[in-house]
Design a protein around this ligand. Structure first.
Ligand code: DHB
Ligand code: FE
Length: 279
């Protein structure tokens, strides 16, 4: 049977791509951020996943305002990096896992979620940069991927409770997969940040830390808040923390915090990096 080894939740910021391309890992601005990754890579070397199921939010690349699915699952042989620019080298396509994609789609639909299935899907910085940070070697990313996109671009958004439940359904689907696979669940977005408007630059460290703490022992804690309250607490883009909640939902076993790094700011974002092992 498939085994969920754990979850990695982390922020995504396009400027990270530029920092990687320019080798700025030791630069004083970037070092506290990049220093979070070696322990996570050491953990990955230990748990050896074959596949990553990635909760992320598209930023208007694959889905625009004309069509905006609440939950979309990739079912493509590969996912092409087609980011918004920034002049950085684009990354090679990411391999899909068609069998696991369709298994998840079938199982999660049976649990009454209405999914959009994408047999073609281009992926932006929210998908590509976290994978590059976790597997920095040259060439294609060494593991297969299943992207799951949650809308954070156009309201109405799915509630925190619904995203948590989606994660649970995905976790149960992986657990029921009759193949000897090791799966890591990844969530990318957040933590608190707001890029525009009167509160541009808004960060809420106190809430971020409380939220992260809740994920281990009391994962439904944040589902008490409405989307509007979460935007108030974390910023318009901080709502991307829904990916962390879905990731936590997918951890079906006993959860142990393996590591956590938090650094303010990277660009306009409170950058978090959390590993929860699924025992
Ligand atoms: C930034 C953060 C994001 O989540 C994003 O998608 C784009 C930019 C930022 O802080 O610059
Ligand atoms: Fe984002």
């Amino acid at each position: 049977m498939a085994k969920i080894v754990g979850g990695i939740s982390m922020s995504h910021v396009p400027a990270i791509g530029n920092a990687i391309a320019k080798n700025l890992q030791q630069d004083p601005y970037w070092k506290p951020f990049f220093d979070g990754f070696p322990p996570v890579r050491a953990w990955l070397d230990k748990v050896k996943p074959d596949v990553a199921v990635v909760f992320y939010n598209d930023h208007g690349l694959n889905f625009f305002l004309d069509k905006q699915p609440t939950f979309a699952v990739g079912a493509a042989p590969q996912y092409v990096n087609s980011d918004e620019g920034w002049g950085i080298p684009s990354l090679p396509p990411f391999a899909g896992d068609l069998d696991l994609s369709w298994h998840i789609i079938n199982q999660v639909t049976r649990k009454d979620f209405d999914l959009t299935t994408c047999q073609e899907m281009v992926v932006d910085h929210a998908f590509t940069l976290p994978l590059k940070l976790l597997w920095p070697q040259d060439g294609p990313c060494p593991i297969r991927t299943v992207p799951i996109c949650i809308n954070t671009v156009q309201h109405p958004l799915a509630s925190a409770r619904r995203c948590y439940r989606l994660g649970q359904a995905v976790g149960q689907a992986i657990d029921s997969w009759d193949k000897d696979l090791r799966v890591v669940v990844i969530g990318t977005g957040g933590l608190s940040h707001q890029l525009d408007g009167e509160r541009a630059g808004f960060i809420n460290k106190e809430f971020d830390l409380k939220f992260v703490e809740s994920l281990t022992a009391d994962p439904e804690w944040s589902t008490q808040y409405s989307i509007e309250e979460l935007v108030e607490l974390t910023g318009t883009q901080g709502i991307e923390l829904l990916m962390w909640l879905a990731t936590r939902g997918a951890l079906t076993g006993k959860v142990r915090q393996e590591s956590f790094n938090y650094h303010i700011p990277i660009s306009n974002t409170a950058a978090g990096l959390l590993v929860l092992e699924n025992q």
